[in-house]
Design a protein around this ligand. Structure first.
Ligand code: ADE
Length: 259
């Protein structure tokens, strides 16, 4: 088995991130040596006895700005802990919108270094000097990048081979995509409806086709339902308004029409 992917997260609140990374699928993926996740306290890299990492903005204005010194030191020292080059990621509402295709791409990297900010943001020279990939998890402002780091790490790790266990497949869910599989990566569609026991609940029955045992019919039904749901809820995924030019939706539509 290949070496586990390594993810370093630099944050002012490692205690907020660590329990999340130890739980559930992320915890199991680490136990199974698919990934190693290490949180670092940015204050450990401060240059003074007060452990300062931020200061008032030049030119005035509200809030505090994260300083270059501690961030550059953190990145350089953490990168030297492992010889594999890291893909640097900075979490900010100004970044490129994080979506499933980016998760799939990042899941193929050997090493990630994630910077979670706080306060009014980062000194601009951090962006210029470290040239990180800047990512936003959506058009809203969080009080810090920790929640964004958890979102990004979770969505990447679950795509690593073996992370979900043998039977589960990330390519069958909404925006289904498998790490490093460009064909699967283009299949962007919402997931079909799922059912489990009991067969009838408060007058609502499971569709007969799912009880038929006919795997061909079940596959066709699921494809048609996924397409219907995507048309109803996220027509942008099929229309070409989304970032992949609607290619996936069109491919899925063709497959759906053909069956
Ligand atoms: N930090 C604050 N808001 C953020 C967002 N929307 N995405 C990523 N990082 C953030």
């Amino acid at each position: 088995m290949s070496r586990p992917m390594r993810i370093d997260v630099v944050t002012l609140f490692p205690e907020a991130c660590e329990p999340f990374f130890s739980a559930s699928i992320l915890g199991r993926a680490q136990e199974a040596k698919r990934v190693e996740i290490v949180c670092h306290d940015l204050r450990e890299f401060a240059g003074d006895k007060h452990r300062s990492v931020d200061d008032r903005p030049f030119g005035g204005g509200p809030g505090m700005v994260l300083m270059c010194g501690p961030v550059f030191d953190a990145v350089e020292r953490i990168e030297s802990m492992d010889e594999r080059p890291a893909t640097r990621i900075l979490l900010t509402p100004q970044g490129r919108r994080f979506e499933q295709n980016i998760a799939g791409e990042l899941a193929t990297r050997e090493r990630l270094l994630i910077l979670a900010g706080h306060y009014e943001g980062f000194d601009e020279r951090i962006r210029v000097g470290l040239a990180p990939l800047e990512l936003s998890i959506g058009d809203y402002v969080l009080s810090g990048g920790e929640a964004a780091a958890m979102v990004v790490v979770d969505s990447i790790v679950r795509l690593l081979p073996g992370a979900l266990g043998d039977e589960a497949s990330p390519s069958e869910e909404s925006f289904g995509i498998a790490a490093g599989d460009p064909d699967a990566a283009s299949e962007r569609c919402l997931e079909y409806p799922q059912y489990t026991r009991p067969r009838e609940f408060r007058g609502m029955a499971v569709p007969d086709v799912l009880m038929s045992g006919d795997h061909g019919r079940i596959r066709d039904w699921r494809l048609a339902e996924a397409l219907k749901r995507t048309k109803e809820r996220r027509p942008d995924l099929l229309s070409g308004d989304d970032s992949d030019g609607g290619l996936t939706g069109r491919r899925l539509q063709q497959r759906g029409d053909a069956s």
